[in-house]
Design a binder for this molecule. Sequence first.
Ligand code: ACO
Length: 169
Amino acid sequence: MDEKYKNKERAVKGTNIIFKSLGKNDPIPYELLLLADPSKDLVDEYVKLSDIFIAMQNEETLGIIVLFPLTNEAVEIKNIAVKPEFQGQGIGSYLIKNVIKAASLNNQKSICIGTANSSVGQLYLYQKLGFEITEIRKNFFTENYSEPIYENGIQAKHMIVLTRELETN
Ligand code: ACO
């Protein structure tokens, strides 16, 4: 496991971090989006149809989360990323909890997220936040990315889709 996840401090609690929607004319922080998804072509395809939210502190963007509408009642988190120097401090959890709230308020019935079979920490995080494995897209990464991707010594081959049902108001 990455060192930063072993001895972490919870920076988010009690700080002035805010969650806000990225305006349509605001520049898109690609350096963050590409941390989660190395394909700029795929990123470009979904960002134009998505709602983008950011975590900000003192005018600095610390993290980003991208919500893509699948149907009228279901959304997908297509991308989530936190600046490397701020990872392991609760910002990823903060972003996910806030989009769960936003999707519920928007009368969505479910929210899903896809990650690689090799993304062990991410699979832990999403399940801890109430997402359950609902689908495996076999060979998604070997078929859609030109370069092989390795994490934790494991090749990213399949996409694991996890879903959380939402409470409607
Ligand atoms: N390895 C080990 N543990 C992890 C990892 C990881 N990569 N990511 C999160 N965790 C654990 C933390 O230890 C913590 O555990 P705890 O609640 O028991 O203390 C919990 O998950 C929450 O961690 P946060 O600090 O909230 O997570 P963080 O702010 O680091 O954000 C994120 C997580 C977004 C995955 C971040 O590490 C990141 O930007 N990684 C690079 C980009 C990436 O992989 N994005 C996801 C790709 S999938 C997609 O975008 C749909």
